[in-house]
Design a protein around this ligand. Structure first.
Ligand SMILES: [Zn+2]
Length: 197
């Protein structure tokens, strides 16, 4: 049996008990057990799920984000899979990258993280980034997200999940949630991030 996160072989005695309990739960080595979990907390009026503290995950996140080593995101695949077994959503979406950053780095690491981890998502938001204006008008920066053109669903999405890599202040995720809430006022909105700082 391998650790879901670091993929290290876990040596343990198989008892009747743990064969059955392992199927839908986290399988982690002793080291990862302290650092990785499907954590649940509250952020404003929303539910936030995250896998670990930023201190523990910062190196891998840095790799995914800046060095283009997106394959390293593979180690989150089983965690995502278990997460979606446990929690169901009608709409999974991601925090959009602003166009300026996308062009300078050349890739959207949240979209790629989802692809590597087999997370099916729908683009719902876009980010209009106006640097000069946001410096002058702080409020404008907070509400820089908007719903993409021509977004439509056959069914009203009752439970919406927004994915991002790291949560710090929560401002970005809350801004995204507010925009979606305007469009889908009856939806319950949750967040999932790899890390919380
Ligand atoms: Zn491990």
């Amino acid at each position: 049996m391998k650790c879901m996160y670091c993929k290290k072989e876990i040596v343990e005695k198989l008892s009747f008990n743990n064969v059955f309990s392992k199927k839908d739960s986290l399988v982690l080595c002793e080291e990862c057990k302290y650092n990785i979990d499907i954590n649940i907390t509250e952020l404003a009026e929303y539910t936030l799920y995250y896998f670990g503290d930023y201190e523990f995950l910062k190196e891998i996140i840095y790799n995914i984000k800046y060095s283009g080593a997106i394959h390293k995101a593979e180690r989150f695949r089983e965690l995502f899979s278990l997460f979606f077994k446990k929690y169901k959503f009608n709409l999974v979406t991601i925090v959009p990258i602003n166009n300026t950053r996308k062009y300078s780095r050349g890739f959207d690491h949240i979209a790629q993280l989802c692809n590597v981890c087999n997370v099916k998502y729908t683009d719902t938001l876009q980010c209009d980034y106006r640097e000069k204006q946001s410096k002058l008008h702080k409020k404008r920066e907070k509400h820089k997200f908007r719903i993409i053109d021509n977004l439509s669903f056959e069914k009203y999405p009752k439970r919406i999940l927004i994915i991002d890599d790291v949560i710090t202040s929560g401002n970005t995720l809350i801004s995204c949630a507010e925009v979606l809430k305007e469009r889908f006022p009856d939806a319950e909105i949750c967040f999932l991030t790899l890390a919380k700082s």
